[in-house]
Design a protein. Structure first.
Length: 325
């Protein structure tokens, strides 16, 4: 009898969706943020994004051509998604050669070293971003002010998180500007409204579920609320939670990076635990760590915990009415 069972690594898609269609939807969901970032920071945004995407695609193609010599996978758009996500984690003033190095680390080290899509334990774009942050801290933390008319550089070129870390009161940061995106920051962390639109699109297309984004952002908001309460409350009870949800890579990480099929848990309960861990670690680093941002480190840390979550938080077994955990 012919073997009708096929064994393959995740992601396992049980629908009419394919890896290519999922990646295409992710790219479409990032277009609003890319458009807002281009409006805020100028055409250099498109240059950085193009370099990152082309570099990731070319590097994956060359590795498969000369090292793996297997079926080419660049057509599934996963390398393009990695490239655009990496670009979203970079400042617009970053030199082109640093973008190429980040792409090499993301694809060559974090993805292809482990066998390609479905086998990488860590999010490739975040590995590339963290490597660049450690190797080139000056270039990775040099942010230019927006070029939109009427922008008032109240933060003196610093990101909101860096400004708060330097002692600027939360009350002095304009939450509306953070929501609209007219602030200094990385390409993909400045357009909160556009990222939310992209997240709604992914939910509508059923590419992601609500569990991880809500768990991450909800944990951050609750964490910030109790910190504000301990500091005396008042207006901080809503300003501090709103600030931390809108600031930095919170929305980008929660919607587009923590939800990566390969590196996140398989069950809904596991996703919630995973999201809570990301939110808590992010806030601990932001409030008491040396870095103003902690989302990248938090996601990578919880990527490492994902196998344990999958082991102890299992789905219902076939034929059983209840889930015995």
């Amino acid at each position: 009898m012919a073997n009708k069972f096929f064994v393959a690594p995740s992601p396992h898609v049980h629908s009419a969706q394919s890896t290519r269609s999922i990646m295409r939807d992710v790219l479409i969901a990032m277009l609003p943020a890319l458009a807002v970032s281009t409006w805020v920071h100028g055409l250099d945004v498109l240059k950085v994004s193009a370099i990152a995407v082309v570099s990731c695609v070319v590097i994956e193609y060359l590795i498969q051509k000369f090292l793996f010599r297997g079926e080419y996978t660049v057509s599934n758009l996963s390398a393009a998604v990695t490239g655009l996500l990496l670009a979203f984690n970079l400042p617009v003033s970053i030199p082109w050669w640093i973008v190429v190095i980040g792409s090499l680390v993301a694809i060559g080290v974090a993805k292809m070293t482990f066998g390609g899509l479905g086998r990488n334990p860590f999010n490739p774009a975040l590995v590339g971003r963290v490597f660049l942050l450690i190797a080139y801290p000056v270039q990775m933390t040099s942010f230019t002010a927006p070029v939109v008319e009427g922008y008032a550089d109240a933060l003196s070129g610093a990101t909101p998180l860096a400004a708060i870390k330097a002692g600027v009161p939360v009350e002095d940061v304009d939450l509306l500007s953070m929501f609209s995106g007219t602030i200094p920051g990385s390409l993909g962390e400045i357009a909160a409204a556009a990222l939310i639109v992209g997240g709604i699109y992914l939910l509508w297309r059923r590419v992601i579920t609500w569990h991880i984004p809500v768990a991450v952002l909800g944990t951050m908001a609750v964490f910030a609320f109790f910190v504000a309460l301990a500091d005396g409350g008042g207006a901080l009870l809503y300003q501090l939670p709103a600030f931390h949800v809108l600031a930095g890579g919170a929305l980008l990480g929660a919607i587009f990076m923590a939800t990566d099929y390969v590196t996140s848990p398989m069950t809904h309960k596991g996703m919630i635990l995973y999201g809570i861990g990301i939110g808590a670690v992010t806030m601990i680093i932001r409030l008491w760590g040396s870095y103003p941002e902690g989302m990248s480190f938090a996601i990578l840390l919880m990527n490492a915990v994902t196998p344990l979550i999958n082991k102890y938080v299992k789905p219902v077994r076939f034929g059983l009415a209840t889930d015995k955990k």
